[in-house]
Design a protein around this ligand. Sequence first.
Ligand code: ATP
Ligand code: 9VF
Ligand code: MG
Length: 275
Amino acid sequence: PVIMSAKEKFSPSQRKRLETLLVSDEIDLDSPDLPPFEELEADLVSRRKAELVDIYENSREHMLAQLERDISAFLISKGFIEIKSSILIPEEYIVRMGIDKDAELSKQVFRTDDGKCLRPMLAPVLYNYLHRFGKVMPDPLKIFEIGPCYRKESDGSSHLEEFTMVNFCQMGDGCTRENLVQLIDEFLTYLGISYEIEGDECMVYGATVDVMHGDLELSSAVVGPVPMDMDWGVDKPWIGAGFGLERLLKVRHNFKNIKRGSRSEYYYNGIHTNL
Ligand code: ATP
Ligand code: 9VF
Ligand code: MG
């Protein structure tokens, strides 16, 4: 038998079930005047069913895919050309990004047995595009990619092992910190997400311009050039930023856990599907 203290209204398993059914913080489970478990559960189940049916009847869009489409449309309108490259990349690119074999990020990489890995970032192939398109396109060159990235992660509510990154970058004319911050501002204003800018350091680029929402890092952005550029055949100034789409969804929908907006068989647009 489950022993509950007088003030605990729900058993741990009941609480877990209710938390699963909540989408954000619509109900405070510690509030004293809640109905009994069975009643509350039934109410939440019928709300979540109605929301799923509403999506089916009216939009039929997955929020992660929809966000990708919105971001694509925005960046294309700003003059950036869209890239879709392979998710499997040569392992060698990780080392060439300045990530040593014993570095933390190197240990986070999923490797296959034929010298490849699941990309943990989009930057290596974007570097290659900057090099090749730099010989073809007018200056400045603006490119972006959106797609899955993979990292072995141990820590919970803001990290996924499979997440979606957008990385946009510009090379050549106008690559100032001021233009980078301006572009980030237009991007997040377009998405309706508030933010603060912070300075940080990382092993790949050195100084970064981090974009925060409270304690959550939405993006690391960089003002180039950096010494590593020469290993990628890039010899012009650049600016770039990488944002995690699931973190943008977490903020926009006030999700407690980043899993709600991720690729998932359990959650559809933040709603648990076991109803
Ligand atoms: P953190 O320090 O939060 O682990 P990071 O600095 O290692 O992130 P970056 O390499 O700067 O991450 O990646 C750019 C962006 O991609 C991050 O700002 C974040 O929005 C997103 N991102 C990185 N790792 C993850 C992850 N494991 N799950 C979800 N989003 C991620
Ligand atoms: C900033 C986030 C090196 C000139 C091809 C573009 C950037 C983005 C950092 C990402 C990373 N860098 N996760 O580079 O835009 O690469 O660590 Si480029
Ligand atoms: Mg970062």
